[in-house]
Write a protein that binds this ligand. Structure first.
Ligand code: PEP
Length: 253
């Protein structure tokens, strides 16, 4: 049985005080997680230290939303994986569609970041997903296959235990337009098959593939009960403790 991972991408929301408040509420709402469920919160960089300290001893893990492919140096505005580890991060989201769309991140760059994260022992949540145009053109499978092949290039099977994949259709992110459970399951199967082709089926069966895109308490159970959906990457609904907790509670037993 695969672990279920429910991650919250806080995006560019919550200053330090708001982070304290939300973490306090989350810990009260979910003192324990269901068996087999891991939950990760990913606040902005400026809140990581506060969140990390406040989460100590709780059921939640800490992640970042991005990191540099470099170790250190003259990279103004960048944050290294070593810095993330120093404030308690165990996870890092890589290649979110907003990073691909607005900051020009390519599969090649995301691959470099994933390799750097692996070298530091961070778990990467690698995001893939098609645009509405690509879905309507009938090339969803081709798009996510290219993305997964490109982002995993040169990553050996021994490192795949520290890779999580998030299928996030771009047209469903922040739009309120969630993929149907069938649409999600279909793409998750394509991704798992591609991972099996790159490695083998035993490894592919162990990889956690999350769904992301307008997951809310009222649609979470339908998506999370699909056989190849192993959790969710949640944006908007993770900004309130009660809705994030409700999504965690909707995981399949
Ligand atoms: C996301 O930011 O990864 C996301 C899925 O956002 P939302 O849940 O708001 O669609």
């Amino acid at each position: 049985m695969r672990t279920i991972i429910i991650a919250g991408n806080w995006k560019m929301y919550k200053d330090v005080q708001e982070t304290m408040d939300l973490v306090t509420q989350l810990k009260a709402a979910m003192p324990q997680l269901p068996a087999n469920v891991v939950s990760v919160i990913c606040p902005p960089f400026t809140s990581l230290q506060t969140a990390g300290a406040a989460l100590r001893g709780s059921a939640f893990k800490l992640g970042a939303q991005n990191m540099s492919q470099h170790d250190e140096g003259a990279h103004t505005g960048e944050i290294s994986g070593k810095m993330l580890k120093a404030v308690g991060c165990e996870y890092v989201i890589l290649g979110h569609s907003e990073r691909r769309q607005y900051y020009g991140e390519t599969n090649e760059l995301i691959n470099q970041k994933a390799k750097k994260a692996l070298s530091l022992g961070l778990i990467s949540i690698i995001c893939v997903g098609e645009t509405l145009q690509e879905r309507e053109a009938g090339i969803t499978g081709q798009v996510v296959t290219t993305q997964i092949k490109g982002t995993l290039l040169g990553i050996g099977p021994q490192d795949m235990a520290k890779i999580v994949v998030a299928y996030e259709p771009v047209w469903a992110i922040g739009t309120g337009r969630v993929a149907t459970p069938q649409q999600a399951q279909e793409v998750h199967q394509i991704l798992r098959k591609q991972i099996a082709q790159l490695y083998d089926w035993a490894l592919a069966e162990r990889i956690v593939i999350q769904y992301g895109g307008s997951v809310k308490p009222d649609n979470a159970a339908d998506i999370l009960t699909q056989s190849d959906v192993d959790g969710a990457l949640v944006g908007g609904a993770c900004l309130k403790a009660d809705s994030f907790a409700a999504i965690i509670k909707a995981t399949k037993p």
